[in-house]
Write a protein of this length. Structure first.
Length: 255
């Protein structure tokens, strides 16, 4: 078996008095699509934010592609990562957020080209060519010169996906990317993800409340409860015959 692309080992995460993760263990195989479900406050976003280096950890180790994320090797010791290491590691991942987080004062095109030019040193010409390809992929070629405020929520989120893809990540982190959308706009965004899952070999970690979508797309579903994975397994098992009472209660709320 190849080593996991993502690995949390005995991770601890505190917010003041709250010990959110304590001895938390979790891993994802390369190319695996894992959905995370669970009630609000159970630690789903924090998990993704730790991976995206937006939140630190208070103990344990997180490995991405076999390399420590929040630490680096110094001789035979592990020491806290510096900014350069974090930046390098972050580039393995792309994240899409619930509230899009687009730059409001930039056109769609600039939103997508900004990071590749600034972080990866791409030329404007190259970055813009790639941006147009990505806009074609999410069906928004004609919106390159629009500003975020001129777009629907579904269009904004498709730009958010194109922007994440512009950095050529191997791992996609999706945090409730349809939760802020009107119901009629959800499918156009999920269709993009379906297509990415089918046509490209991403590793995906998605937090979602779209249960039918999680069931369709995932190799594995993890039910989070108070900073623990209470139950996990293939979607047909978790959605059809969950073992834990809390998983059943959670899923029943969606029927
Ligand atoms: P979820 O995404 O599952 O709703 P989160 O990961 O956002 O949960 O939050 C898990 C818990 O950690 C919650 O109790 C939340 O209040 C707390 N928390 C998250 N981020 C912070 C923060 N920056 N400061 C303090 N507490 C936080
Ligand atoms: Mg959340």
């Amino acid at each position: 078996m190849t080593s996991p692309i993502i690995e949390f080992k005995n991770v601890k995460k505190q917010f003041g008095e709250l010990a959110l993760f304590d001895n938390f263990n979790f891993s994802v195989a390369e190319g695996e699509i894992v959905s995370i479900i669970g009630s609000s406050g159970s630690g789903k976003s924090t998990l993704l934010r730790i991976l995206m280096t937006l939140e630190g950890i208070d103990g344990g180790v997180v490995n991405v592609k076999g390399e420590p994320l929040w630490h680096m090797h110094k001789g035979d010791r592990l020491v806290p990562a510096d900014k350069k290491h974090l930046r390098k590691m972050r580039n393995h991942m792309g994240m899409v957020f619930q509230h899009f987080n687009l730059f409001p004062h930039m056109t769609v095109r600039r939103n997508i080209t900004e990071a590749p030019m600034r972080v990866k040193g791409k030329t404007r010409q190259e970055a813009e060519r790639e941006a147009m390809d990505l806009l074609a992929l999410v069906g928004l070629q004609d919106k390159a010169d629009s500003y975020p405020a001129q777009l629907s929520g579904g269009q904004k989120q498709r730009v958010g996906i194109a922007r994440a893809l512009a950095m050529r990540p191997e791992i996609l982190l999706l945090d409730e990317i349809t939760s802020a959308l009107d119901p009629e706009l959800v499918d156009e965004v999920l269709d993009v993800i379906r297509n990415l899952a089918k046509e490209h070999s991403f590793t995906m970690l998605l937090v979602t409340h779209e249960m039918y979508f999680a069931r369709e797309i995932s190799d594995r579903v993890c039910f989070f409860d108070q900073g623990r994975i209470l139950e996990e397994g293939p979607p047909d098992k978790i959605f059809v015959a969950p073992e834990k009472e809390r998983t059943q209660a959670f899923l029943n709320a969606f029927i």
